[in-house]
Design a protein around this ligand. Structure first.
Ligand code: 4AD
Ligand code: MG
Length: 431
């Protein structure tokens, strides 16, 4: 008989179906036995009634342990009281593999215990909700750019030099060519793409040897980076707010059951509509001062500063024009004040902090060459990048959105470790 997925049961009411999955849990109530199967697309309750199901089927029920794999046949019917909303009147069970002592039981486990068993933890309903929302966010990201004529440009992962400063580079030997570094950002390649195709987005894994053990830092994370020729900082901010609105509204539209599973209060998410507030770095510093935070102009915001600033707003806030000396070498200076960079950070509400970093790029050959020197970067490795200023240089801008921080914020999680299937952090390389 053809296999049915649990999520399709509504189309098979009253029919005999064959379901293939794993045992979530089971219980007995007098002569009736209940088992809950999960198949990755949902859960459904099977009911065994003496007389209706054979003794062999009841034997199988006894042998099934949590996470044993099995095939179940029976009639599907709607049952609002059952988990998942459907019930199977079981006529046959075939055991595929009996699981011995599955380590993740319904009792509470510590987060490190679960992270050590992440390969199994992925089967739980909460992790399903998080990773389905991640999937929806990635789908919405691609849809946004694809429907606006952006070309997907894949940047290399092995690179000859730093993009975001040398302090967080992962280094590896590269045959006879010396050292290679894992990319911190595909942006520089995105800029080459923008000069070739007008508007592109780079989307891939990025790597930072961050020593920070915070709830916002991974050593390997996914970033999506649009880059557009003839864009200035304002255009960049317009794009960023439209982009965030699209992502959040897509999740609200398509993943409400998952947000409910996570008990996410969606009030702040509903607010993510254009226009988003825009404030300068100076105005953000004023907020900190007003709130009694001891902060010196010229420093970068720490996680707790970002929390204080974002708490003043009911939706993400865009902070622009940061002191140039705390920002990357490639950012263009503000023509009104050369101490400032035409930089943009977007801070998520509810204390989630920076989810987007971006800027207008320096498009003048001499100034950019000078910046590379000031940052003690190897000019050889950047000659190709300087070519973009030698041959038809134009104003351009872009930004990078961190996927995991965005998932963490939208799901309302207190740590990014659950936002990616297998997290890589300073103290975690397994499983
Ligand atoms: O602000 P960042 O460093 O910007 C760039 O890399 C630019 N080249 C982007 C561009 O303009 N094309 O990083 C961008 C975003 C951050 O806002 C944050 O969401 C995420 O990447 N991010 C991290 N996420 C998880 N763990 C880390 N260690 C992260 N570092 C940055
Ligand atoms: Mg940043």
């Amino acid at each position: 008989m053809k296999r049915t997925y649990i999520e399709e049961l509504s189309k098979h009411q009253g029919e005999e179906v064959t379901l293939k999955g794993w045992l979530y849990h089971k219980r007995s109530s007098g002569k009736i036995k209940f088992l809950v199967m999960r198949d990755g697309t949902g859960i459904v309750q099977g009911v065994l009634v003496k007389g209706a199901a054979s003794d062999e089927v009841f034997d199988c029920f006894d042998k099934l342990t949590q996470e044993s794999s099995f095939v179940m046949k029976g009639k599907a019917k709607k049952e609002d009281r059952a988990p998942g909303g459907y019930e199977i009147e079981v006529s046959d069970i075939e055991i595929v593999s009996v699981a011995q002592d599955y380590p993740i039981t319904p009792k509470e486990h510590g987060v490190e215990f679960l992270m050590d068993r992440r390969h199994l933890w992925l089967r739980s309903s909460r992790q399903h909700a998080v990773l389905r929302i991640r999937h929806e966010i990635i789908r919405a990201i691609r849809e946004f750019f694809d429907s606006r004529g952006f070309l997907l440009l894949d940047a290399p992962i092995f690179t000859p030099a730093a993009c975001e400063g040398t302090s967080t580079l992962f280094e590896t030997d590269y045959f006879d060519l010396g050292k290679a570094y894992l990319t911190q950002s595909g942006q520089l390649y995105g800029e080459a793409g923008a000069m070739a195709f007008g508007k592109v987005y780079v989307f891939g894994p990025t790597f930072r040897a961050e020593k920070s053990k915070t709830r916002r830092h991974l050593t390997e994370f996914w970033m999506v980076e649009p880059e557009v020729a003839y864009f200035d900082l304002n255009d960049d901010m317009d794009l960023a707010e439209e982009f965030l609105e699209h992502i959040v509204q897509s999740v609200l539209k398509n993943r409400m059951p998952e947000l409910k599973t996570l008990e996410r209060n969606t009030e702040f998410l509903e607010n993510v509509k254009r226009p988003l507030p825009r404030i300068t770095y100076d105005e953000a510093v004023d907020i900190l001062k007003r709130k009694g935070v001891n902060f010196e102009w010229g420093n970068d915001f720490g996680g707790s500063d970002e929390t204080v600033i974002s708490e003043q707003f009911d939706r993400p806030v865009m902070v622009h024009r940061y002191p140039a000396k705390i920002k990357a070498f490639y950012m263009k200076r503000d023509p009104q004040n050369s101490d400032l960079a035409l930089a943009l950070d977007v801070l998520a509400p509810e204390g989630y902090g920076e989810i987007i970093g971006g800027s207008q790029r320096e498009d003048d050959l001499d100034i950019l060459t000078q910046r590379i020197r000031e940052h003690s970067l190897p000019q050889d490795a950047f000659e190709w990048y300087l070519d973009l200023r030698r041959y038809g240089s134009v104003p351009h801008a872009g930004f990078g959105l961190g996927v995991e921080r965005t998932v963490g914020w939208i799901c309302g999680l207190d740590h990014v470790r659950e936002t990616i299937p297998f997290a890589r952090m300073i103290y975690r390389l397994t499983p």
